[in-house]
Design a protein around this ligand. Structure first.
Ligand code: MG
Ligand code: MG
Length: 236
């Protein structure tokens, strides 16, 4: 899983380095797919329940599961990129929101709060803590900054499948849920909206957008619970 995570992280970095006005999401998708295959890994999303891309590319009010295609990035956009890789049957899963050129202060603070919410969740990946300690930490940071966490989509266990039990909501009561033990691995992935929490799906059957049209950010890492504390697997 460490190797799958490393390749996932590199793919995400390469995509991020290519983010610029005028670049299409299909071009970003190709960068990720070519890198993952060149590293001897398999794109985890491509073909998953029929999803056509290697990345999910979700711009501005799109929350998650945006389909890469001909749309070009514009100055001032934010784009959430989610990517996964499989190595010898083990999965890595990570996401990050990137700024396209100069963005407004509201979008900047949303991105920062979402990243910090993920960091707070990661810090709870310690044996003996409870699952919803992670959820509570994520929610506290995101809502403390004045934003809303999406309810309909959640983090998850991950290992030999991309989505394993248990589900890991980005909201919940501390001190509840299964007790964390060394060796458990979770994909922690706050999806945070600048406005209200409600979301809906577009007619393409994939793209999730905010109901109120506000911008949304998404950060994700694959994280192992170890006796030495949290181990983020989706780092280079
Ligand atoms: Mg993901
Ligand atoms: Mg995930």
């Amino acid at each position: 899983m460490r190797e799958a995570g490393r390749i996932t992280a590199r793919a995400l970095r390469l995509v991020g380095e290519a983010v610029a006005p005028g670049v299409t999401t299909a071009e970003l998708d190709a960068i990720a797919e070519e890198f993952i295959r060149s590293a001897g890994a398999v794109p985890a999303f491509k073909g998953y329940h029929g999803f056509p891309g290697t990345i999910c590319s979700s711009i501005n009010d799109q929350v998650v599961h945006g389909i890469p295609g001909a749309v070009s990035l514009r100055e001032g956009d934010i784009i959430s990129v989610d990517v996964g890789a499989i190595v010898e049957g083990y999965f890595g899963d990570s996401a990050r929101t990137f700024a396209v050129g100069a963005i407004d202060e509201g979008a900047r603070s949303l991105m920062e709060a979402t990243r910090l919410a993920l960091e707070a969740g990661i810090a709870e990946c310690v044996p003996g803590r409870r699952l919803y300690d992670i959820s509570h930490a994520v929610q506290s940071v995101a809502e403390g900054a004045g934003f809303s966490v999406v309810r309909e989509y959640v983090g998850h266990g991950i290992g030999r499948s991309m989505h394993e039990d248990p589900q890991l909501p980005n909201f919940g009561a501390a001190g509840q849920g299964p007790t964390l033990a060394s060796g458990m691995v979770f994909a922690i992935e706050p999806m945070v909206n600048a406005g209200q929490a409600a979301v809906r799906s577009l007619d393409d059957g994939w793209t999730v957008v905010t109901e109120d049209g506000s911008v949304s950010a998404h950060f994700e890492h694959t994280v192992a619970v170890t006796d030495d504390g949290p181990l983020v697997l989706t780092l280079e």
